[in-house]
Design a protein around this ligand. Structure first.
Ligand SMILES: Cc1ncc(COP(=O)(O)O)c(C=O)c1O
Length: 387
């Protein structure tokens, strides 16, 4: 039988890091030590309170049954108290729905809330599921470039009115992957107004909300009237080093939350209730851990930024997030050429901007997900390259 990927899958853009990954695998096969600043996969243990709570309840037979698809009451109540404490935003239980990680929530949003032929507004550079979820739903992605000169915020005024009228979802992501930019309250207010004007939903991906190095960034849901036009997506992954646990939530507009819950009830059955219990404990009490995690990433960020600045390179220091996004330091060199040279000569993985879309060419991304000592080593090795 000649099986083939669906036409939806065939419409996805090519995976541009494939050749780069092949080179990395070849180096590692030859026994080369590679410092991986590529993927944003947190490398430390989750907080002790989380692990202890999980272990303490593992023998509770009830926890091993199916979860309510919206998440347990205990989990949603902990999310509500966290949101109130952190943002001053009150959430009712029906305004929160559990996600099996935030990736699936983000990718499923167009399938649950659009019709074929609708437009979805996606930032570039941006997290790939904004675009792939849009393509799976047979919608048209409309690219909003994120440019350094605009603080990596999309220019909503540049979106043609006929496109905006057909748009059903506006994805925004702050603190931003990959640029590290943070959104202001004014920007979020402009998003809410734009969404109201054209009748679309704002999906604010706030996966990096707790990883900040200055003032705490706002949530879109703090904007007056935000719940009428939008939802925020939050994840435990980055903040608490829990990528494998797959615990996240979407919150905000009750009708949208209900639609997403109804959609998900058809394709997943929630998440292990032991994980939800442990997460609830940390959301109720875990602010001390968040500070320690932020301090760790701040030290890594500073080691990377100061180290490369000592080479005379222009390296912006991100205000938030897990990444340093910097212009290719060698004039006229493409990001892929730069990253390949750094990989082959220094054994350090930095992702080339070109893999994040055409508007990201000219930049490089470093993830701060290795210990500080390894970051210093990476910087030293990069410093010894002859250009
Ligand atoms: C911007 C952004 N949103 C969401 C996620 C997804 O995180 P998870 O599915 O682990 O919740 C990521 C992961 O890299 C991300 O970079």
């Amino acid at each position: 039988m000649g099986f083939a990927p669906s036409s939806r899958l065939r419409r996805l853009p090519p995976y541009l890091f494939a050749e780069f990954e092949r080179k990395r695998a070849a180096l590692e096969k030859r026994g080369r030590d590679v410092v991986n600043l590529g993927i944003g996969d947190p490398d430390t243990n989750p907080p002790a309170l989380l692990l202890d709570t999980l272990v303490r309840h593992l023998n509770d037979p009830f926890l091993h049954q199916y979860s309510p698809s919206q998440g347990t009451e205990e989990f949603r109540s902990a999310v509500a108290s966290f949101f109130k404490r952190r943002y001053g935003v009150a959430l009712a239980p029906n305004e929160i729905c559990l996600g099996v990680g935030s990736k699936e929530l983000i990718a499923h949003m167009p399938l649950a809330l659009t019709d074929p032929g609708d437009v979805v507004l996606v930032p570039e550079p941006g997290y790939p599921p904004y675009r792939s979820g849009t393509i799976f739903a047979l919608c048209e992605p409309f690219v909003m470039p994120l440019r350094a000169e605009r603080g990596f915020l999309p220019d909503l005024d540049a979106i043609p009115a006929d496109v905006a009228r057909r748009a059903k979802i506006l994805y925004v992501n702050y603190p931003n992957n990959p640029t590290g930019a943070v959104a202001s309250r004014e920007f979020y207010a402009a998003c809410a107004e734009f969404a109201r004007k054209y009748g679309m939903l704002v999906v604010s991906d706030e996966a990096y909300a707790e990883l900040y190095y200055g003032d705490p960034p706002p949530s879109f849901l703090e904007t007056p009237g935000a719940k009428e036009v939008g939802v925020a997506v939050h994840s435990m992954t980055k903040t608490f080093s829990m990528a494998g646990w797959r615990v996240a939530w979407v919150c905000g507009n009750a009708r949208v939350v209900e639609i997403v819950r109804g959609f998900k009830a058809n394709c997943d059955s929630g998440q292990f209730m032991g994980f939800q219990k442990a997460v609830a404990a940390v959301l109720e009490k875990g602010t001390g851990d968040m500070k320690a995690i932020r301090d760790m990433y701040r030290a890594r960020r500073d080691a990377f930024v100061t180290g490369l600045r000592a080479l005379g390179w222009e390296i912006p220091s991100p205000k938030a997030g897990l990444y340093v996004w910097f212009p290719v330091p060698k004039r006229g060199m493409a990001s892929m050429e730069f990253s390949t040279k750094v990989l082959e000569e220094a054994g350090v993985i930095l992702l080339p901007g070109s893999g994040f879309g055409a508007f990201a060419e000219g930049f490089v991304r470093a993830a701060l997900t290795v210990p500080e000592g390894r970051i210093r080593e990476a910087v030293e090795r990069i410093g010894s390259i002859r250009w």
